[in-house]
Design a protein around this ligand. Structure first.
Ligand SMILES: Nc1ncnc2c1ncn2[C@@H]1O[C@H](COP(=O)(O)OP(=O)(O)OP(=O)(O)O)[C@@H](O)[C@H]1O
Length: 611
């Protein structure tokens, strides 16, 4: 499904591509089938029954008219029985057809909603398997966005395709009726409708191309809308008076969207009116012919009604089918975005023959000439890293902003794999180990940890979600990170909703959130704990206590701490100083001070500030 000659951002919607996109339909119907086989079967059965009703109705009404004409010419006693039977039959058909229509739209909406939910779940599940760097790539993000946004479109697509098939079957019925009277009326019908179809196809291409080109701008629009009115941004928006700037940016972008779409819509509608006139002319030409033949006595009045009705309905159906064809292919093109998203495979995967994670770790983690560069970045974020994090060792990472500390930690946790060199754990490449076990055994709390808009205990359980029902473990973890005192003060205690997004939520201070995030680290019995600036928001006393406990609680386990506070850093067994992604110095606090290098310089600089 790759499009080799397409430049990024350039849509491809030629007729061939459009037809090719229809190849996505079987996979789509597989998805529908997986969602709910029963609803799908019922939908098909009901539609099959419904497709025969228009012809039956037309035919019965022709019989009624003919019977009425005969009766008006008869003299003497009239027998009404046949007539009433026919009227009763038509009445029954109308009732059945109405009920079928209702049932079909009910099935459509139920099935559509289920398909939408099922797809959303699959998108979430698939997204969860993908790598962090894939999320950081904007073309990936656009694809994810398009796959996500088209949920409603897919619901419509489902009923459109089903209706399409149903209408085609109805048309075959009607055309069979029409053919028995005069085959060339069908030809007239095609001539009347095909130009409209071609115009529709052309404009649909244009609309798709427009939407395609706008994907990343639309993301920007959504982002501005979010910034303009969200609890997260309101503080800064007010303080910096950003509102008018944001509104202006929003207006400019949305005006551009509006103008592009308006111009296209106007052109589209002008052509549509023109082709509708051609379509009507075709219908009336056929009607005139039928009328003339009736007047000449070749057709009955009932035939006139039947043929006129058939032709009108056929024209409506054919027009509908042809127009729908373009929106079906349109939907199929969007499906391609969905299936292309599903085709993206993560690079960081479970090895075929996974090695069990060592418990306990014997030697530790060894970096062998490790280098890593972010996608599209010019500079290496980490390079030439050679050191060992010994089993049971507490290592602190120090360095200026952007020195590569967080990147190093992400490599340790296998959120990325090194591009150069390798990381060994007890002598084997980290990539050989079972990924799920690695995730359980390596606990990381990032500096930009999540503040889940969930309850206090759910926020902590996020660290080991399998234990969400284990209140003892959750409370124990809270105690270790000193978050328990906070829970005691909250009205709902452990069940207190946090954040402002939902009812009765309580907002916490930065340090309070940090204690909760820290509790997540204690939810697992991980052998390597990584804390990326875990105490930046804590007050001095809390920080001191947290670290005393941390040292105590992680005795015998390995830990990596990133911190800009030397009071914290000096508690580590060894300190690794990074500069521009490379290892500058490594040693204990005393060793590095004695060396009088960069660490000593930074340490004295900070100490001076406190004197
Ligand atoms: N997701 C990313 N995509 C591209 N470049 C990135 C990404 N994250 C970080 N970088 C770049 O990689 C380099 C190292 O970043 P890193 O986050 O590892 O630094 P750090 O030492 O943790 O910084 P800080 O002390 O500010 O947290 C920086 O130059 C940064 O701009």
């Amino acid at each position: 499904m790759r499009r080799p000659n397409r430049k990024p951002g350039e849509p491809d919607v030629s007729f061939r591509e459009r037809m090719a996109a229809l190849r996505n339909l079987p996979a789509f119907f597989k998805l529908v089938w997986q969602t709910s086989p029963w609803l799908a079967v019922w939908n098909i059965l009901l539609r099959a029954a419904q497709s025969a009703t228009p012809l039956a109705l037309l035919y019965v009404s022709k019989l009624i008219i003919d019977e009425v004409v005969i009766m008006t010419q008869q003299k003497g006693d009239l027998s009404y029985q046949y007539l009433w039977e026919l009227v009763g039959l038509e009445f029954a058909l109308v009732i059945v057809s109405g009920a079928l229509g209702r049932a079909i739209s009910l099935m459509d909406s139920m099935l559509g909603e289920q398909v939408a939910n099922h797809t959303s779940v699959r998108i979430m599940q698939h997204a969860a398997t993908l790598d962090l760097d894939q999320f950081e790539d904007s073309t990936f993000y656009d694809k994810l966005e398009r796959a996500r946004q088209q949920t409603a479109g897919r619901t419509i697509l489902l009923s459109q395709v089903m209706t399409q098939v149903q209408d085609i079957v109805t048309m075959v019925f009607l055309a069979a009726g029409l053919l028995t009277f005069s085959p060339w009326l069908i030809l007239l019908l095609l001539v009347a409708v095909i130009p409209a179809f071609l115009s529709e196809t052309h404009f649909n291409d244009q609309f798709y191309a427009l939407a395609w080109g706008q994907t990343s701008d639309r993301r920007e629009l959504d982002y501005i809308r979010f910034l303009g009115a969200s609890d997260e941004s309101v503080k800064e928006v007010k303080i910096f008076n950003l509102s008018s700037y944001l509104v202006e940016r929003f207006r400019r972008l949305s005006d551009k969207f509006y103008k592009d779409k308006r111009d296209l819509s106007i052109r589209y509608n002008i052509w549509a009116v023109l082709f509708a006139i051609i379509g009507s002319a075709g219908y009336y030409a056929a009607y005139v012919i039928i009328i003339l033949r009736t007047v000449q006595g070749q057709l009955s009045i009932g035939d006139l009604a039947f043929l006129g009705g058939s032709f009108r309905q056929l024209r409506g159906l054919l027009e509908g089918v042809l127009m729908r064809f373009t929106s079906v292919t349109q939907g199929a093109i969007y499906l391609r975005d969905l299936f292309e998203f599903f085709e993206i495979v993560p690079r960081i995967t479970q090895p075929a023959k996974a090695r069990p994670f060592p418990n306990p770790i014997k030697e530790g983690f060894t970096f062998e000439n490790v280098g890593f560069k972010y996608l599209h970045a010019e500079r290496w974020a980490n390079r030439h890293l050679n050191f060992t994090l010994h089993a049971g060792e507490k290592l602190a990472l120090v360095g200026e902003n952007g020195a590569g500390k967080t990147t190093l930690v992400k490599l340790l946790a296998r959120l990325y794999d090194p591009e150069e060199g390798r990381i060994l754990l007890d002598g084997h490449d980290l990539r050989e180990y079972d990924l799920a076990e690695l995730r359980m055994q390596v606990g990381v709390i990032f500096q930009d940890f999540q503040r889940y808009q969930m309850t206090f205990s759910q926020n902590i359980a996020a660290g080991n979600i399998g234990e969400i029902a284990n209140t003892d473990l959750i409370q124990n973890a809270a105690q270790k990170s000193m978050a328990d005192e906070l829970a005691e003060r909250l009205p709902g205690r452990y069940e207190q909703m946090l954040g402002r997004r939902f009812n009765n939520g309580v907002e916490l201070s930065g340090g309070e959130w940090q204690k909760i995030a820290l509790a997540r680290a204690y939810m697992k019995n991980a052998q390597l704990l990584i804390l990326d600036e875990p105490t930046a928001a804590l007050d001095a006393r809390a920080e001191y206590e947290v670290f005393l406990r941390f040292a105590d609680l992680t005795r015998g386990k390995s830990a990596v701490l990133i911190s800009h506070r030397f009071s914290t850093v000096r508690m580590a067994d060894r300190i690794l100083v990074l500069e521009k992604g490379e290892l500058l110095e490594i040693g204990s606090h005393d060793e590095l001070l004695a060396k009088n290098g960069r660490y000593a310089e930074l340490f004295h600089l900070q100490a001076k500030g406190y004197r």
